[in-house]
Design a protein around this ligand. Structure first.
Ligand code: ADE
Length: 249
């Protein structure tokens, strides 16, 4: 069973609409939609926002729905210099940037897991990368309006692989980004759920892949850009990337 987890409620809608024979189960205020796509059994759900919501959803996907692979889509704020709105990050490793149990454990280390960086599955990563590149090459112009592309200056977006940081914080100031860059120089982008799902997948030995589209620069313009990107662009990216992901297996 492949689990599709989305950090944006609308991102999953279009994917679910393309599934054959969907049944919905509501648990913990979340709607799990079960169906199949080209013979592959799928369960799709909105993760909720923040690490606790996402971890609870991921756990339910594994323990109730029998998820054996998990793919997480969503948006993120750019941290790495040069990363622009509309670029796509495939997560290599994830870290909880607000984890600090020092001096009992080293800063960022997940207590009792013995590690700060949580990995992703290389097979899912390769598939997600090919899917994101396929979407940008073949479908971007058709699926995202010219006015949205112009507004966000999305011209030739890139796909990169890198470390994703997660924390229970919406980052919206240049000072916060500078602090993050200083303490975690390997981080490419920041969001609020991925590392929590990575931890659950690690603990249950479920292969995990994550793809994040850059929606904002995590600075003072972030709240406005995030809202507009979520409304106009995020769903098209996720649907496009997931469609390629499911098709090109
Ligand atoms: N998700 C998208 N943009 C974000 C930001 N600036 N901070 C945290 N999570 C985000």
């Amino acid at each position: 069973m492949l689990a599709l987890l989305s950090a944006m409620p609308d991102e999953i809608t279009a994917v679910v609409e393309s599934l054959g024979k969907v049944s919905t189960q509501t648990l913990g205020r979340r709607q799990y939609q079960v169906g199949s796509f080209r013979g592959e059994q799928l369960v799709a759900v909105f993760s909720g926002w923040g690490k606790v919501a996402a971890a609870a959803t991921a756990t339910q996907l594994i323990t109730t729905f029998g998820a054996t692979r998990m793919v997480f889509t969503g948006v993120a704020g750019a941290v790495q210099d040069g990363l622009a709105i509309g670029d796509v990050v495939i997560g290599t490793e994830l870290i909880q940037h607000d984890m600090d149990a020092s001096p009992i454990f080293p800063r960022y280390e997940v207590p009792l897991l013995g590690r700060a960086l949580l990995g992703t599955d290389s097979g899912l990563r390769a598939r997600l990368r090919a899917a994101a590149e396929g979407f940008l090459r073949e479908d971007l112009r058709r699926s995202v309006s010219q006015s949205s592309r112009d507004w966000f200056h999305i011209e030739s977006p890139r796909v990169i692989e890198g470390v994703i940081a997660s924390g229970d914080q919406f980052i919206d100031s240049a000072a916060e980004i500078a602090a993050l860059r200083h303490s975690l120089p390997q981080v490419t982008c920041v969001e609020m759920e991925g590392a929590a799902v990575a931890q659950v997948c690690e603990e249950y030995a479920v292969p995990f892949g994550v793809v994040r589209t850059i929606s904002d620069a995590a600075d003072e313009s972030a709240p406005h850009d995030f809202a507009r990107f979520a409304r106009e662009v995020a769903g098209q990216y996720s649907f496009g990337i997931l469609s390629h992901f499911l098709r090109e297996r």
